[in-house]
Ligand binder design. Structure first.
Ligand code: BGC
Length: 373
């Protein structure tokens, strides 16, 4: 997709490590499909599709950069895609109400082709977090863009997704990393909370009651040793726990549970300045993820700790290649060579550019800029 017609903020710079870093939305805009979908990584064999998770945060970054038309195109695509599956969604909810079993591959997928098709290709698709991310991102879009009213189609799709999450939020599913099928993941629940709360404020007030029930479970069952846990029954941390407060606000950034969680994330997952997803990660050897490191910076920025936020941004920017592309992850001293070789042989080098990495770098850059650079 080419220019969306709104005014980008290309002229804004801040200086990181003596280098001028600018807000540049062109890579994301240039790769947005005419349908409105954002492919996860246009040049990586496994990621030509659009994940609701990645797309929702990419759209959020576009809204923050003033590229509301790009975000609006994504939300129209997501709404049309959701509505094209409304009969299947209603069938799932009716079967759940009757207590009938549902097979894993029947749940709505985590990703669609850029044309909005649901591919039955064996991908571990049952992931609820992306549906929460979409509602949250849509709520942010409605709040931040000039066209503050949702179209009828977008409103109907949001209602359907809200009902779907209301029905299934307690169902164990794959996490945000598409792993650990049988668990209830804290960051997935936080994503559902964030989505229902956000859309509850802007469009569908009745969903706020459900969001409060989700929040109670997070606070009652997803805590051990004074911090949040990766999933119920697993006391380790995962970098996606940052989402609990940034941005989903289950608790504020300075809450004691969050402070202890972030401390443990940095103690166990920070390597050379970048964050790994979780300690036992083996995907591409379990490298350091750019989007998560930018997330940590976002979190620190919201806490008012500009120094740590700038360090995170400097680390992310140090991995930008000469063409301006950011990868999904970089391998480093903590990477497992066997698994790095395994995935590289199977799928080629890991994804670059990853649009979600670009989105989170933009969010952090804007945070720092809003804060005076
Ligand atoms: C990650 C997902 C992501 C997908 C596309 C996977 O490797 O685990 O979180 O949505 O890639 O970027």
């Amino acid at each position: 997709m080419g220019s969306t017609g709104s005014s980008p903020a290309h002229d804004s710079h801040i200086s990181i490590d003596g280098r001028s870093t600018e807000i540049d939305t062109r890579l994301i805009i240039a790769n947005q499909h005419a349908s409105g979908a954002y492919p996860a990584s246009p040049s990586f064999s496994q990621y030509p599709h659009s994940w609701l998770r990645d797309g929702s945060f990419i759209a959020y970054s576009m809204d923050r950069c003033g590229e509301h038309a790009s975000a609006a195109a994504f939300h129209r695509w997501a709404a049309a895609t959701v509505l094209s599956n409304s009969a299947a969604t209603r069938d799932l909810m009716e079967r759940a109400a009757r207590g009938q079993p549902i097979l894993e591959h029947e749940f709505l997928p985590a990703r669609f082709t850029v044309n909005g098709e649901w591919q039955q290709d064996g991908w571990p698709n049952f992931q609820l977090d992306g549906y929460g991310h979409w509602l949250w991102s849509l709520g942010e879009h409605l709040r931040s863009s000039e066209a503050a009213n949702a179209s009828q189609e977008v409103g109907e799709a949001a209602r359907l997704v809200g009902e779907y999450l209301t029905t299934f939020w307690q169902e164990p599913c794959y996490d945000a990393w598409e792993e650990y099928r049988s668990q209830l993941h804290t960051s997935t629940l936080a994503s559902i909370y964030g989505g229902l709360a956000s859309i509850g404020e802007t469009l569908l007030p009745d969903l706020r009651v459900v969001s409060e029930r989700v929040r109670e479970v997070i606070l009652d069952e997803c805590v051990a040793n004074g911090r949040f846990v990766k999933h119920i029954g697993n006391e380790t941390v995962d970098a996606s726990l940052l989402w609990v407060s940034t941005p989903f606000a289950v608790v504020p950034e300075d809450h004691s549970l969050m402070t202890a969680t972030v401390k443990e994330i940095e103690r166990t997952l920070s390597v050379s300045g970048g964050l790994r997803r979780y300690a036992a990660d083996t995907f591409y050897g379990g490298g350091e993820w750019l989007l998560l490191t930018a997330w940590l910076g976002w979190h620190y920025s919201r806490l008012g700790n500009r120094e740590r936020a700038r360090e995170c941004l400097a680390w992310v920017e140090s991995h930008r290649d000469p063409e301006g592309s950011l990868p999904e992850q970089v391998s480093g001293e903590a990477s497992n060579q066997r698994f790095l070789n395994y995935w590289t042989k199977r799928w080629g080098r890991s994804a670059k550019p990853l649009l979600w990495s670009h989105a989170m770098a933009l969010v952090l850059l804007l945070e720092l800029q809003a804060d005076g650079g």
